[in-house]
Design a protein around this ligand. Structure first.
Ligand code: ZN
Length: 287
C-alpha cells in the first residue's frame, strides 16, 4: 500500500540520512526502482512529473500500475507515489487519482499567491492523509519545459511557506535540473544553513540530484536535506546501456530483438544507479 512521504522523511531528518525520489517513465523504470528499494530495504519515493504522467496515459494509469506492482512484487518497504512539480490543477488530479504525496510548485507565482494556493492544498491533503511538498525559489534548468533561473531561495520566504503546514520544502540553493554546466558554482551551503535554522524540523528537499559531487550531497544531508530528487541520472544510465546493446549488434542476434531483451540492459543500469544513490544517501536498511 502506498504511504505518505511524511513519516519516512521525518525519520530521515531525525536519522541524518536522505530518501531518494526517483522519477518514473514507464513500467521498466517503476519495476527497477521498486525492486531495488526492496532489495536494499530502503524507503523510496516514486516521482511523476506532469509530462511523464501524460506519457503514461494519465495519473490513474500510473496509480493502477504502481499499486499492482506493490502487490505482485511483494514490496513491503515504504513507497510514496509523488507528483513532481505539480501545477495547482495537476495536484487536484493526483489527489483524485490516488497518489499518496504531491508537490505544488508555486515558485513562479508571487510569494503571496504561492502562499494562498499552498494553504488551500494543505487543507485538502491533510484530510486525505497525504503529504505535500512546496517550493520556494525557482530551481534552475529545465523541468518539462519550465525553465528556472537557478536562484537561491529567500530564507524568510521559506519560513513563511514552511509554517503553512506543509510536510517538506524544496528550496533553490543553486541546484539545477539536468546536467550541471562546467562553470557551475556549486551548492550554496550558507543559504541552506540559513533556511534550516529558520525552518527547524522541516525536512528539506534537494532537486537536481544528478551530478552533484558526493561530498556536497553529504554536506547537504548534514545541513538538513532529507529528500533528494534523481531523474536525469537514471535516464543517462538507461540510454548508455541501451546504446551499448544496439551498437554491439545484439538486437540482430537470435531473438535479441525481443523488447524484453532490448530493454534489459537499461533496466539493470537503472537498478545499479538507484542502488548507488541509496547507499550515498544513507537510506539502505532504513525501511
Ligand atoms: Zn525538481
Amino acid at each position: 500500500m502506498l504511504v505518505s512521504a511524511k513519516e519516512m522523511l521525518d525519520k530521515a531528518k531525525a536519522g541524518h540520512y536522505a530518501v531518494g525520489q526517483f522519477n518514473i517513465n514507464n513500467l521498466e523504470w517503476t519495476k527497477a526502482i521498486l525492486l531495488t528499494a526492496q532489495e536494499n530495504n530502503s524507503p523510496v519515493i516514486l516521482g511523476v512529473s506532469e509530462g511523464a504522467g501524460k506519457y503514461m496515459c494519465g495519473y490513474k494509469t500510473v496509480v493502477g500500475m504502481v499499486n499492482g506492482m506493490l502487490e505482485e512484487l511483494n514490496i513491503t518497504v515504504p513507497v510514496a507515489l509523488h507528483l513532481d512539480h505539480g501545477s495547482y490543477e495537476g495536484c487536484l488530479k493526483c489527489i483524485e487519482a490516488g497518489f499518496s504525496s504531491i508537490m505544488f510548485d508555486g515558485s513562479h507565482y508571487p510569494i503571496e499567491e504561492n502562499i494562498a494556493k499552498t494553504k488551500e492544498l494543505v487543507a485538502i491533503v491533510k484530510e486525505k492523509g497525504m503529504s505535500l511538498e512546496a517550493e520556494v525559489g525557482a530551481i534552475g534548468g529545465e523541468e518539462d519545459g519550465v525553465i528556472g533561473a537557478g536562484e537561491c531561495a529567500d530564507p524568510n520566504e521559506c519560513k513563511m511557506i514552511a509554517d503553512l503546514g506543509i510536510d517538506f520544502l524544496a528550496a533553490g540553493i543553486g541546484n539545477i535540473h539536468g546536467k550541471y554546466p562546467e562553470n557551475w558554482q556549486g551548492l550554496s551551503f550558507d543559504t541552506l544553513d540559513a533556511i534550516q535554522k529558520l525552518t527547524g524540523d522541516m525536512p528539506l528537499v534537494l532537486h537536481g540530484g544528478t551530478g552533484i559531487p558526493a561530498d556536497m550531497i553529504k554536506k547537504a544531508i548534514d545541513l538538513g536535506v532529507s529528500k533528494i530528487n534523481v531523474n536525469t541520472e537514471c535516464q543517462l544510465a538507461f540510454a548508455a546501456a541501451t546504446r551499448e546493446y544496439i551498437e554491439a549488434g545484439k538486437d540482430l542476434q537470435g531473438k535479441g530483438f525481443d523488447p524484453r531483451k532490448v530493454l534489459a540492459p537499461g533496466f539493470d543500469a537503472i537498478k545499479a544507479t538507484v542502488k548507488d544513490k541509496m547507499e550515498l544517501f544513507g537510506s539502505v536498511n532504513k525501511a
